[in-house]
Design a protein around this ligand. Structure first.
Ligand code: AMP
Ligand code: MG
Length: 352
């Protein structure tokens, strides 16, 4: 029996010794990659860096191994995984009827942070697709990830390597914090470069639909294949169950200030301070001087926010604030993906 969440019948995964190996991201040790690949081939779990966030990898053709990914992350069974490949040949092992438009996108954006939802082949373990007839596939732009897939000689199913619902991991330390004792190995390649998850594009709809915004924007996709849709219908939501779950949340309540002047944000934080510790993540220095106030100030750009939001949310959460107040950034271009993640992390959104 497979239970997505621990219950009396399905307790937490049994303890596993987790080995962390530090690697040079440009010239990873072949020996270490071979060790990790042997774990994948043996049905084990290896966390590895990609350009987006760290992934928790298992052999995508091994049903038992894939179920362990869901158990380790405590991920709901209805939330399908992305399969990572390193070549067109490997893509052909997991997906069929790859359209001309899909090939154009692959030529333009792979390796890179674009996931394509395609028709799945039966070789892919059932639980990867959570019962759907489709499979989500991408080729990551990270040498460690690509060499791990190469040496494993199998497509690797890999969701973000965090506990379900928590902020995604952008360092090996984040992975160890959430999954230490539950997985066999962590390949530490340093902080990830993009910092937020891939764009997910459903190629089985016409026009293709963006199921999850990401670093590859609607405009960049449209420049290659013509119009893509951003409005997800109820039916498409059913086909991308992951977008229904609350995500990326630290333990503290996150309040997102969608728009507000520096004065408004400052007085909002000052008001919150009357109820206990307050953390602030934004691009406007507030000048609040209190031992109960912590702030992380980022540059006002999508790139800076994407790279740092998950690590910053984790770091602020360590100070046990009652609330984390987050300042929005502009929605244009890559900002849309950042705002998508912040809205999912927030329990409350306010405007001045
Ligand atoms: P994560 O692996 O945590 O980055 O999440 C993967 C995302 O891809 C989730 O939002 C899933 O719902 C989505 N996804 C994966 N496979 C499919 C699929 N076959 N059809 C639609 N969405 C998918
Ligand atoms: Mg995730």
């Amino acid at each position: 029996m497979f239970c997505p969440l621990p219950t009396a019948h399905c307790p937490l995964p049994t303890a596993t010794m987790t080995v962390t190996v530090r690697l040079d991201p440009e010239r990873p040790s072949v020996e270490a990659i071979k060790r990790a690949a042997a774990i994948i081939r043996g049905g084990g779990l290896v966390a590895f860096p990609t350009e987006t966030v760290y992934g928790l990898g298992a052999d995508a053709t091994d049903e038992k191994a894939v179920r362990r990914v869901f158990e380790a992350k405590e991920r709901p069974a209805d939330n399908p995984l992305i399969v990572h490949v390193n070549s067109s040949e490997m893509l052909a092992r997991v997906a069929e009827r790859v359209s001309e438009r899909a090939v154009q996108l692959i030529d333009s954006f792979w390796p890179g942070p674009l996931t394509l939802v395609l028709v799945r082949k039966p070789e892919v373990a059932q639980s990867v697709s959570a019962g759907l007839a489709t499979v989500a596939v991408r080729m990551p732009q990270n040498r460690i990830a690509l060499e791990l897939i190469e040496q494993s000689d199998t497509p690797i199913a890999a969701p973000s390597a965090n506990l379900s619902g928590r902020p995604s991991p952008t360092t090996a330390e984040h992975v160890a914090h959430d999954l230490g004792g539950r997985i066999e190995m962590i390949l530490d390649g340093g902080p990830t470069i993009v910092g937020i998850e891939s764009t997910v594009l459903d190629m089985t709809s016409d026009p293709p639909v963006i199921l999850r915004p990401g670093w590859i924007t609607e405009q960049s996709l449209a420049a290659v294949i013509g119009p893509v849709s951003c409005s997800i219908t109820e039916k498409q939501l059913e086909r991308s169950p992951g977008t229904r779950h609350r995500h990326y949340s630290p333990r503290a309540r996150v309040v997102l200030i969608e728009s507000g002047s520096p004065d408004f944000i400052q007085s909002f934080c000052a008001g919150q301070l009357k109820g206990g510790r307050v953390a602030f993540l934004g691009h406007t220095p507030l000048g609040i001087d209190s031992t109960d106030f912590e702030a992380i100030i980022l540059e006002n750009s999508a790139r800076a926010y994407a790279r740092s939001i998950y690590a910053a949310l984790r770091e602020l959460d360590e100070k046990s604030p009652r609330v984390i107040v987050v300042e929005a950034i502009g929605e244009r271009g890559e900002g849309a993906a950042v705002m998508d993640r912040l809205r999912r992390a927030a329990v409350q959104r306010i405007r001045e």
